[in-house]
Write a protein that binds this ligand. Structure first.
Ligand SMILES: [Zn+2]
Length: 332
């Protein structure tokens, strides 16, 4: 094995950091919190070049990683109604850290017919200070300019999905029309939302979505986005959260958006409550219904917060589902 000079420097830095942590640490628990990869900046841990492309029949799907966000957790964000120990145990069983996790953000572009359709827009400018908001840059690396996007579809209106709609007050995708759930838009623009616990998000909708409303087509259950893609209600994570079914050439891909947001906690334990789910009970019922149907169909799905590139399968297992990340199924 050869170690490049660059890596040798990094390794040296890593070992001195570890030594520093040992000297500074006053107890065992502090050591357990130390990220094993701390010497590598978060942005450098991402797979390069940050996009991934598969064919679904005649449709070309390009998943773009908007960025990675390491943080404490998954408890209590995931398993809010569980003990920290119960969540830590499940993480340990799955070879995951017990008190740290990494959230990722997977917008996707679909070339279908003569349309280029973008599903969700990442964090945009508000994420850049934290290494997020890379959608446009990485679309460029994948061969697409913002002006190429014909249609932007919003699965729901949380900040990590609508943040990239505007740059400096102007639409990021200058030639695009938009589609979004009717129920979702009606909720976020209501007096109830503006006065409620999610008022900050309602403000963001006001800034990023409302200025585009004349170009938005509002969707209900079963609506056609373009030929080959339909919209389906999957409420709970947000009041009007929608998922999408892509069918082309006899193949299917579900875009499940935020129906499940941790590939272990949300799929193996769909009953566990999630802090970001606005209606916890409805979100649980929706997770079980959607992934039950996907498991039965054996079709692949793309989850917005599944580990990049976010595509995999589920099978029913125990009280929930087992996630099987896609490997070479699309390359044979
Ligand atoms: Zn999200």
């Amino acid at each position: 094995m050869t170690i490049s000079r660059r890596n040798a420097i990094k390794l040296a830095a890593a070992s001195s950091l570890s030594a520093g942590a040992i000297l500074a640490g006053s107890g065992g628990s502090a050591m357990a919190q130390t990220a094993p990869n701390a010497a590598v900046p978060a942005a450098d841990r991402e797979q390069r070049p940050g996009w991934h492309r598969v064919a679904i029949g005649d449709a070309i799907v390009t998943v773009v990683l908007d960025g990675l966000r390491p943080g404490d957790g998954p408890h209590p964000t995931f398993g809010e109604n569980q003990s920290a120990e119960a969540v830590a145990t499940l993480m340990r069983e799955n070879f995951l850290p017990e008190t740290r996790f990494v959230n990722g953000f997977n917008p996707a572009l679909v070339e279908i017919g003569d349309m280029l359709v973008l599903f969700d827009t990442g964090m945009g400018a508000m994420g850049r200070a934290n290494g997020l908001g890379k959608l446009v840059e990485r679309m460029g690396a994948a061969g697409y300019a913002p002006g190429d996007v014909d249609l932007v579809v919003l699965t729901h209106m949380h900040g990590d999905h609508i943040g990239g709609l505007m740059e400096e007050g102007q639409p990021t995708f200058p030639n695009a029309r938009y589609m979004a759930g009717q129920v979702e838009y009606d909720f976020w623009t209501s007096a109830e939302a503006k006065a409620g616990p999610r008022a900050e998000n309602a403000k963001l909708v006001e800034a990023r979505v409302v200025p585009l409303k004349d170009k938005i087509t509002f969707l209900k259950e079963g609506a056609e986005v373009v030929p080959g893609i339909t919209a389906h209600e999957a409420f709970g994570h947000s009041p009007g959260h929608m998922i999408f079914k892509l069918v082309s050439g006899g193949q299917t891909l579900w875009l499940t958006a935020d129906t499940a947001n941790h590939f272990v906690a949300s799929l193996q334990r769909p009953d566990w409550e999630v802090r970001f789910d606005m209606d916890k009970a409805e979100a649980v019922a929706t997770r079980k219904r959607v992934f039950g149907a996907i498991a039965e169909s054996r079709a692949p799905f793309l989850g917005y917060h599944m580990p990049f590139p976010g595509i995999g399968y589920v099978e029913s297992s125990g009280e929930g589902f087992r996630f099987v990340p896609a490997s070479y199924q699309f390359d044979v």
